[in-house]
Design a protein around this ligand. Structure first.
Ligand SMILES: [Zn+2]
Length: 247
């Protein structure tokens, strides 16, 4: 392939723009905020899961408390009934009287036990409510942190996109100056070789693969006409002669 030496050198400008565009795309994908947002998302999920567990505990305690309170009420009502019967003087036989008194004592003891259960449930409820409030605080903090990270990510992306648009405009201008067949070869090689399709020959070294060319290779290049499009023997990229080639 033949191409004017100036067009070949212009290809290096295009390569520089393409490398810069690839860097910008890489930066968008690897912004530190992305990892931070992911970490905060996991934290938020974990806190929400813990809140769900506490909500289940609270609803269990509600049920337990209602049950204990209704038990207290039942026992208290029965003791009241017994006391009324006792006070009415209608229970005649000493044996029945004794039985009734014993039942009242036992009901009062039972009521005390049940009231202790209610108190215990209320204490556990308070602890669960405190944990829930603490989780709410942590959740709000994590969400605020996530929002801030999201804002930082958005501004960083906007900045990178502005750079990218500038580079894209420059690229259009430079690409328009390069002959079609050279541009096609360059594009094919760039896609094939990690984003680098053209490299300068700099002080006897290919800037694409960083390898020094042999004396024989350099000799051959010296003899090639300036408009001959050369390829690096090692990496197959387009090798471009410049004033710094050391030929
Ligand atoms: Zn090379």
């Amino acid at each position: 392939m033949k191409a004017e030496p100036a067009d070949q050198v212009r290809l290096l400008d295009l390569q520089e723009i393409d490398s810069r565009l690839a860097q910008l795309a890489h930066r968008v994908r690897t912004l530190p905020e992305i990892a931070e947002i992911q970490r905060l998302d996991s934290r938020i999920t974990e806190l929400r899961d813990r809140k769900a567990v506490v909500a289940t505990t609270l609803s269990d305690l509600d049920r337990e408390q209602r049950k204990a309170e209704s038990d207290v009420e039942q026992v208290r009502a029965r003791a009241e009934r017994d006391t009324k019967r006792l006070d009415s003087g209608q229970v005649g036989s000493p044996k029945d009287l004794e039985h009734l008194q014993a039942e009242i004592v036992s009901l009062q003891r039972r009521q005390g036990e049940l009231e202790d259960i209610v108190l215990g449930v209320m204490e556990r409820r308070e602890a669960a409510e405190a944990e829930d409030a603490e989780l709410d605080k942590e959740l709000a903090a994590a969400q605020a942190e996530r929002e801030a990270a999201e804002d930082r990510r958005s501004s960083a992306v906007l900045e990178i996109e502005a750079d990218r648009d500038n580079e894209a405009t420059r690229r259009e201008r430079v690409a328009a100056e390069i002959p079609g067949d050279l541009l096609t070869l360059y594009t094919k090689l760039r896609d094939q070789y990690q984003g680098v399709g053209a490299a300068a020959l700099r002080y006897g070294r290919c800037e694409g693969c960083k390898l020094a060319l042999s004396t024989a290779e350099l000799g051959q290049i010296r003899q090639s006409p300036p408009d001959e499009v050369l390829r690096c023997e090692e990496c197959r990229r387009i090798l471009i002669r410049t004033e710094e080639s050391g030929l």
